[in-house]
Design a protein around this ligand. Structure first.
Ligand code: GTP
Ligand code: MG
Length: 376
């Protein structure tokens, strides 16, 4: 027997699943085609081990047998059901009789999940988009329109606005900048690009510092660039030398600090001094350099690892190698750190652009397959 919500006069049951589509399939099998989808929300902590979503379904008493009993009831069952649906209005949508396929998203959340956005974030955006549509219909018509009645363009527009509201961009640098990040993420290349675009192109003096004394070639790479740019270069082997190099740069100069690529192991073994230094120097604008092609779970791990440096911003590279901005958006939203610059290739200095909301949201919205079906 299903639990009953006496006020709504519905049997109510929550499904904890990894996708809303999965919950709909389960509810159709267990509760039959008359089950009503009442609500979706991120699963509370006690249910989260079963799935990221709590999807709530309701079933009118007597409808468990597929509605056969409802047709013979004394009260007009259709009218009764309509009344209840009016009461809970926009939250209620009926599960269609057609087959549910995994490739056909049934909610904004499913579409965002398909696009690669973190599950909890996708569910939160879904709820926020529903709220936006409720507000919109209340303002426009004085009544709340069922969410399934909205045209796809409006749903898409509200989804894009909601995505844009969940992250920030700050495409600028402080006077003293450090780039940190995992090996090969593009720190040195981005540093040179910044030296040109933020320094020399703005007729500003630039001072380059490398702290990568572990690999001769790494420091030599930066030193060569410094020579080409006509900028002073210092190899700082200790944090004391680093502090001295920063202090000895001219007061108006843009100081750019390159760091070694750290893994979890090397960061623990040899990165402690540098991370402690960066943490203690709030006047240093530290950007965490990340590859846009990294799998979301790995990206999250790297971001958490480099939290020891207290980075102020995220700088993404390799945007030329992926059409997806889902990982960029997911981490920018999760960490609430602004996006600073995007590296879009190997060419110095051209392949660097200021981070923009449009670049992130437009790619994401393009990935939403059938927004018209998103809130069916
Ligand atoms: N396609 C592409 N390649 C890039 C981008 N940024 C950097 N690269 C390339 O990636 C490689 C590594 O770049 P580096 O700047 O040396 O990376 P790093 O983070 O300094 O590397 P380590 O110092 O070894 O940790 C080089 O071949 C770069 O040309 C980018 O945005 N797109
Ligand atoms: Mg490097």
């Amino acid at each position: 027997m299903l639990p009953t919500d006496k006020n709504a006069r519905l049997f109510v049951k929550s499904y904890f699943t990894h996708s809303i589509t999965e919950a709909i399939e389960q509810a159709r099998v267990e509760m039959g085609p008359d089950a009503l989808l009442l609500n979706t929300r991120p699963a509370p902590p006690e249910g989260a081990h079963q799935g990221e979503y709590e999807v709530v379904f309701g079933l009118r008493p007597g409808a468990e047998d597929g509605g056969a009993r409802a047709e013979t009831a004394a009260v007009d069952p259709v009218q009764d059901l309509r009344k209840q649906m009016e009461q809970i209005r926009e939250m209620v949508s009926r599960i269609g009789a057609g087959p549910v396929t995994a490739s056909r998203p049934h909610s904004v959340a499913d579409a965002l999940l398909n696009a690669g956005i973190a599950p909890r974030l996708a569910a939160e955006i879904d709820l926020a988009v529903q709220q936006r549509l409720r507000n919109r219909s209340a303002i426009q018509t004085g009544r709340i329109k069922s969410i399934g009645d909205w045209d796809p363009a409006t749903v898409l527009q509200e989804t894009e606005s909601e995505i844009a509201s969940r992250f920030t961009v700050l495409p600028e640098t402080g006077r003293i900048v450090a780039l940190v990040g995992p090996p090969g993420s593009g720190k040195t290349t981005a540093l040179i690009k910044l030296a040109v675009t933020q320094g020399l192109a703005a007729r500003r003096r630039v001072h380059l510092i490398s702290t990568d004394h572990y690999r001769i070639a790494a420091a030599a790479q930066l030193e060569t660039y410094a020579e080409i740019l006509g900028a002073p270069f210092t190899l700082a082997e200790t944090t004391t030398a680093l502090a001295h190099a920063i202090e000895s740069a001219p007061a108006e100069a843009l100081v750019l600090i390159d760091t070694p690529g750290y893994t979890a192991v090397s960061l623990e073994e040899s990165g402690g001094d540098l991370t402690g230094f960066l943490r203690s120097r709030q006047d240093i604008d530290t950007h965490l350099v990340l590859t846009a092609t990294t799998r979301l779970a790995d990206l999250r791990r790297v971001v958490d690892l480099f939290q020891s440096c207290l980075p102020a911003k995220l700088l993404f590279t390799h945007l030329d190698e992926t059409d997806s901005t889902a990982a960029i958006f997911s981490e920018a939203a999760r960490t609430e750190k602004p996006l600073s610059f995007f590296s879009t290739g190997q060419v110095v200095p051209e392949d660097l652009e200021p981070a923009s909301k449009a670049r992130v949201t437009q790619s994401l919205v393009l990935e939403l397959p059938q927004p018209c079906e998103a809130v069916a």
